[in-house]
Design a protein around this ligand. Structure first.
Ligand SMILES: C[S@@+](CC[C@H](N)C(=O)[O-])C[C@H]1O[C@@H](n2cnc3c(N)ncnc32)[C@H](O)[C@@H]1O
Length: 230
């Protein structure tokens, strides 16, 4: 009996054989790397997933190349400040900055904000393109001459009201893919998923849906439309 007890004490105080100790350290390193990797992956993924949990689900779907071109065409002849509401990877803001708009992107996803800032820096247009981690609904639209939105249908009614309340009379809104439910657009560029509608904010009051008196800005690539369902 005494011998067994003594053996036990000796067992606990004796360092494990060298090979076993090395394996244990390796195990800890592997667990640390996997745990750290999983944490990093979650930190990256969470901002892309959380839009699905918000009241208005506005996920990250980047604009197509023709959508970006259509925004620039729709805004042809205009100048001043511009904001893209939910700027994603910054592609619309960056293109707008390249054609002379003092452009701003507001975006909730911190990774996309970081990436956009990096792209602006890389293109040497940081002075014309800035990006902020900010909520669309908490963004004051009064200081912008041009507002761009590539949103979802379910948000357009609320956004229409926000634009009417905050934007000044000479400002315009370029809506990509989804149009406003009550307003008549000034012009439309493109069709289908690449369609962009331009709204003149001085005509912010909902107009009759069968009006034929809309004005085109004269660009050959834009057409006059008589109501929003084209
Ligand atoms: C459809 S994507 C449009 C991206 C970009 N404008 C483009 O055209 O490529 C919408 C973006 O809005 C962002 N977003 C969603 N809810 C937002 C909110 N409340 N405030 C700011 N950004 C938001 C999403 O993270 C996503 O990047």
């Amino acid at each position: 009996m005494t011998t067994t007890c003594k053996d036990c004490v000796v067992d606990f105080n004796t360092p494990p054989p060298e090979g076993l100790a090395k394996n244990r350290n390796l195990g800890l390193v592997v667990a640390g790397v996997i745990g750290g990797g999983a944490l990093l992956l979650s930190a990256i993924c969470v901002p892309f997933v959380t839009p699905a949990l918000r009241k208005i689900c506005l996920p990250y779907v980047p604009a197509t190349t023709s959508q970006v071109e259509n925004v620039i065409k729709a805004l042809k002849g205009r100048k001043g400040t511009l904001v893209d509401l939910g700027s994603g990877d910054g592609r619309i803001v960056l293109e707008a900055a390249k054609v002379g708009f003092k452009s701003t992107g507001v975006e909730l996803n911190p990774w996309l904000v970081m990436y956009s800032k990096f792209q602006a820096f890389r293109s040497g247009i940081s002075s014309m393109a800035s990006f902020h981690r900010r909520d669309i609904w908490k963004t004051d639209l009064s200081k912008f001459d041009n507002v761009v939105i590539f949103g979802v249908d379910s948000m357009m009614k609320d956004l229409e009201v926000k634009c009417s309340q905050e934007m000044h009379d000479k400002s315009v809104i370029a809506a990509c893919r989804f149009s406003f439910p009550n307003r008549i657009p000034h012009s439309q560029v493109g069709e289908g998923i690449d369609a962009v509608w331009l709204y003149d904010n001085s005509l912010s009051a909902p107009l009759s849906t069968n009006s034929d008196t809309l004005i085109s800005n004269g660009s050959a690539s834009q057409k006059i439309i008589s109501n929003r369902k084209v």
